[in-house]
Every structure is written in C-alpha cells, then in structure tokens.
Design a protein around this ligand. Structure first.
Ligand SMILES: [Zn+2]
Length: 96
C-alpha cells in the first residue's frame, strides 16, 4: 500500500508517490486514464512528499527556497497548481 499524498485535483482519485514522480493511482484506468502527475524535482529543487501534499491540498505552497535558475542562481518562489481547462499544471509564483 502506497502512502497517499492527497486527493487528485483532476479526477478525485488518490495521488501517491511513484519511483520517479508523484501521480494519480487512476493513471492506467482503462476508461479514461488520469494524466495528473507532479515531478519530484522542479527548477533544480527537490519536491519532497510533504510539499507535494501541500500543493495538492491547497493548490499552492508557501514560499520555498532552493530553486536554481538556468544561470545558476538560487531563488525563492511559491509553487502553484493552475488548471488550464483540461489539465492541472505546475507553475511558479513570485508575488505575495
Ligand atoms: Zn487522478
């Protein structure tokens, strides 16, 4: 039994930790598999299970440090889940 991080925003299934990512347990349902996943690393920063759980529950996180820009600089940001009409996408939020 896998540890459940929270309720899938896409299909109300369960989001669990897989080997290389977080994802919905309905991903291989024959009638309409759920595409919801979250990466374990984003912008150079590890996304631990408790942060993924916070994101799933609140659709955003508090300000997190330790992201790394393409130029190699560390920066802070919030993570946010945004619905684009068909899929929940992971975004960075710099305000607030
Ligand atoms: Zn789902």
């Amino acid at each position: 039994m896998k540890h459940v991080l929270g309720k899938c925003p896409q299909c109300a299934g369960q989001v669990v930790e897989f080997r290389n990512f977080y994802g919905c347990t309905n991903w291989r349902k024959p009638d309409g598999a759920c595409p919801f996943t979250l990466p374990k690393t984003f912008a150079g920063r590890e996304i631990p299970a408790h942060v993924a759980a916070d994101l799933i529950k609140n659709r955003c996180t508090k300000r997190l440090s330790g992201f790394v820009s393409q130029a190699g600089n560390n920066f802070e940001a919030k993570l946010e889940l945004q619905f684009n009409g068909s899929l929940w996408r992971l975004k960075m939020q710099f305000t607030g």
